[in-house]
Design a protein around this ligand. Structure first.
Ligand SMILES: [Zn+2]
Ligand SMILES: [Zn+2]
Length: 560
């Protein structure tokens, strides 16, 4: 299990204990441990393997045991014990926004509503509207939240799916019966949410089944695909084929809406068997060669949802093109690592620079910087930059876009930053036209460099503030501004489905981790994968510039 998943599960244990009114100190220990696990730099699985969990501060014996079980088995006895003491489904109510612990307790104790189904019925029957502490407004919010959750019942975050895929890859590679194994399907194409992890395996099917059953005790029988449920809950699909069929299977199983359409157009309704029999005749060892022999342009898997062809001389953006990162928070605002640690971690990742961007003063809840603290941070950054010649910290800010679209400092202070990320953190519920106008105004500010998380959506949690993205892209492109792909796994905002349009308008993007910890810096690969889906090349992504080019780029755009 990934640290973020283990952290969520420990947080859930703490919530269940709160519902059961257990010892508050014990609960606080679990809540702290959830934060520690979430922010820890190394995977818990590795710490368990190397017996180093005991070295993590704040993790005592009980929690080490809990973490070990989650990391290795995906569950722990304590979870079952707590669940057994609560009505089934009650803890799931805690996942709904706008429904805190007190309200869940009240639903349970006062109204005997203990699961999503019962809550949904109560909303539909309009009973929540009259219940003390709830009301009509909350009822509407909950109805929306429940249907949003139902829509995402089978979805997993991209980073979780990639992590699980890597775990299975490592487990499967040593198996004797497997001569070749590759990722296929939606995970090979990349997407913000994933429903299953698909592998294409070259092996003898019955031998493989016997070996998998022997190794993982998974009780598989012959089916297509073979399906195992990972401990995270993500279904793992194995498509098994003979060596001569691998290329054809890879082409078919990878899919992609637009590219598959092209195959159907070309080979008719039964494209699958047509391609398979052509492949048999051609004896093609690779997908590329197969495409060549059947006269179909091979394109990168990530593009296959958007393009059915793509210029062959365009090289898509790749992780190794990334030279630095913008959008990072430190303990100066609401980050969990110091400025110095964030800089060192960026350097360790091979980056030449870090664009630090704390929250601005309006974001008081996130310890946003008042002007005097901005200046104090500039002094500290100057010191750090003087001390190191091979790494540079750019002075930035994540300036709140205020309700009228202006930025959250006076012009004199704004002019002192190397770059400004303009973001919305308040007034989420304006109507879409007003919201769009507000962001347009921020994009037209001479001080804005990058628009941060343009829709504010949280995948599987909230839809965001709904601006008209094509207008924002038009205005950004016209005004020489950038929009970020925020690579926080729960955001991935700007969505890749707008990238083809953005590319057409000549918009440049910045692939920004919005890191609140060292670990948060390690999410840029997700944005790279999604930028590839939109067909972005390295010259269309800001943070592929090296430090010298970047200094010039930002200097040229400074308002004096
Ligand atoms: Zn933000
Ligand atoms: Zn941020």
């Amino acid at each position: 299990m990934k640290n973020s998943q283990i952290s969520d599960r420990i947080k859930r244990l703490a919530a269940m204990m709160t519902l059961l009114e257990e010892n508050p100190f014990k609960i606080r220990n679990f809540e702290n441990a959830a934060r520690i696990v979430r922010d820890h730099n190394e995977d818990m699985g590795v710490l368990v393997d190397e017996d180093r969990l005991k070295d993590v501060p704040g993790v005592g014996k009980t929690l080490a045991y809990v973490i070990m079980y989650y990391a290795k088995a995906g569950t722990v006895g304590l979870e079952q014990e707590l669940k057994a003491q609560l009505p089934e489904g009650l803890p799931d109510l805690l996942d709904l926004p706008d429904l805190g612990m007190k309200k869940v307790q009240s639903l349970w104790q006062d109204y005997e509503i203990t699961n999503l189904e019962a809550l949904k019925k109560a909303c539909e029957a309009n009973t929540l509207a009259d219940m003390k502490g709830f009301g009509a407004k909350l009822q509407v919010k909950l109805m929306n939240a429940i249907s949003f959750q139902e829509k995402h019942a089978r979805d997993f975050y991209l980073d979780t799916a990639l992590f699980v895929a890597q775990e299975w890859m490592d487990r499967l590679k040593p198996l004797k019966g497997i001569t070749r194994i590759e990722l296929t399907g939606k995970l090979r194409r990349g997407d913000k949410l994933i429903q299953s992890c698909e592998f294409l395996i070259e092996a003898d099917a019955s031998e493989l089944i016997a070996e998998l059953n022997d190794q993982f005790d998974c009780g598989l029988s012959d089916s297509e695909p073979l399906i195992i449920k990972d401990k995270s809950g993500l279904p793992i699909h194995f498509w098994v084929c003979k060596p001569e069929a691998f290329a054809a299977e890879q082409l078919i199983r990878t899919g992609g809406e637009v590219y598959s359409e092209k195959l159907l157009d070309r080979f008719g309704d039964d494209a699958e068997s047509a391609i398979k029999s052509l492949a048999r005749v051609q004896g093609s060892p690779s997908e590329k060669e197969l495409c060549k022999s059947i006269d179909i342009q091979w394109i990168e898997p990530e593009l296959r949802d958007v393009y059915n062809q793509y210029p062959e001389d365009f090289e898509l953006i790749a992780q190794e093109h990334i030279k630095g990162a913008f959008h990072a928070h430190s303990t100066w605002s609401d980050g969990r690592n110091s400025l110095e640690e964030m800089a060192q971690a960026s350097r360790d990742l091979g980056y030449q620079y870090l664009g630090i961007s704390e929250h601005s003063q309006a974001a008081y809840y996130a310890n946003g910087l008042k002007p005097d603290r901005v200046k104090a941070q500039w002094d500290r950054i100057d010191e750090l930059n003087d001390q190191s010649k091979d790494f540079h910290i750019f002075k930035g800010i994540e300036a709140d876009i205020l309700s009228d679209g202006s930025l959250d400092y006076d012009e004199e202070l704004l002019a002192g930053f190397d770059f400004v990320i303009a973001s919305i953190h308040s007034h989420f519920h304006l109507d879409p036209v007003k919201q769009t106008d507000r962001i347009v105004r921020a994009l037209q500010s001479p001080f804005t460099t990058i628009l941060g998380h343009p829709t504010g959506r949280m995948l599987m949690a909230r839809p965001g503030y709904n601006p008209d993205l094509t207008t924002l892209i038009d205005v950004a492109a016209e005004n020489d501004k950038l929009i970020e792909i925020n690579t926080t796994p729960k955001r991935l905002d700007l969505d890749w489905t707008y990238l083809e349009y953005a590319k057409g308008k000549g918009l440049k993007i910045s692939i920004d981790p919005d890191a609140h910890s060292i670990r948060g810096l390690q999410t840029i690969h997700l944005g790279v994968l999604l930028a590839r889906k939109g067909g972005f090349t390295s010259s269309e992504v800001l943070n592929t510039l090296d430090v010298v080019e970047m200094k010039k780029y930002l200097q040229d755009r400074r308002v004096r």
